[in-house]
Ligand binder design. Structure first.
Ligand SMILES: [Zn+2]
Length: 255
């Protein structure tokens, strides 16, 4: 009798006869490259055209390859994400291990582990959340974003203000999760920044801060407003278009 396989692959990644695999409905072609006799390990490399190159020893079985591909799923997802520059970021549909989140523009993989007291730790390109099983992970992640947002935004506000002196005095500011805009300023002279900004690249954060600071001098988006932007950040349009890529993050329903 044949031994029953104990290996069952995780769900979203489907392999088809080892010709291609599907990740979130994206078709990734698998292209085998014949390894010479001296090759002893299986190596993967991802090409942005949606091809997974596999360099494997000649005697590698399909079963071994399947297991190795599944084991490298997180790595593969990260590679795919890295090369999707032109595409738009969407908010996370679920908060589970393997989900890609963003921190200062970098894709960051969520890892959820069981633990007694909830903790959130950012390490390298991972966000590691330990929590009891019934704890809502989304809330913990948002709480973490809120905490790290303060020093990051404070630094940006001070730096942009100091280097441009677009205003005489540093205005009062605060941050909160907002669903329609990255920043605004109130008639009382307070600058509001969106907490979601910690997910976008630093330069885009600075661009939003400068935009709001300029509004204290020029209320409307008239030619004078854009003169100020051009003067203090000549490449602001570039950072503005980067920001557009992340616009989808604002649509996340927050509990
Ligand atoms: Zn504006």
């Amino acid at each position: 009798m044949r031994a029953k396989s104990v290996y069952s692959p995780p769900s979203p990644l489907a392999l088809h006869e080892l010709n291609y695999l599907l990740i979130d409905n994206r078709r990734i072609e698998i292209r085998m490259r014949s390894g010479g006799r001296r090759r002893t390990r299986v190596m993967f490399s991802y090409h942005p055209d949606g091809i997974l190159f596999v360099d494997a020893p000649a005697n590698t079985t399909d079963r071994t390859l399947r297991i190795l591909i599944h084991r490298n799923e997180w790595w593969l997802r990260k590679e795919i994400e890295k090369y999707s520059e032109g595409e738009h970021v969407v908010f996370p549909s679920k908060y589970e291990t393997g989900q890609i989140l963003y921190f200062l523009g970098d894709p960051t993989t969520l890892r959820v582990r069981s633990g007694r007291a909830p903790t959130v730790r950012h390490k390298g390109s991972e966000l590691i959340v330990k929590a009891p099983d019934d704890e809502p992970i989304q809330n913990l992640v948002h709480e973490w974003y809120r905490e790290v947002a303060h020093p990051i935004l404070l630094n940006s506000v001070r730096r942009v203000w100091y280097s441009t002196r677009v205003l005489e005095l540093l205005p009062k500011w605060r941050h909160k999760f907002m669903s329609s805009k990255w920043g605004s300023c109130s008639s009382k002279g307070t600058m509001n920044l969106n907490t979601h900004l910690v997910k976008v690249p630093q330069k885009s954060i600075d661009m939003v801060v400068l935009h709001e600071l300029c509004h204290f001098r020029e209320l409307n988006h008239g030619p004078k407003f854009y003169e100020l932007m051009d003067r203090y950040m000549p490449d602001w349009k570039l950072h503005d278009s980067t920001l557009t890529k992340f616009q989808g993050l604002l649509q996340e329903p927050l509990g």
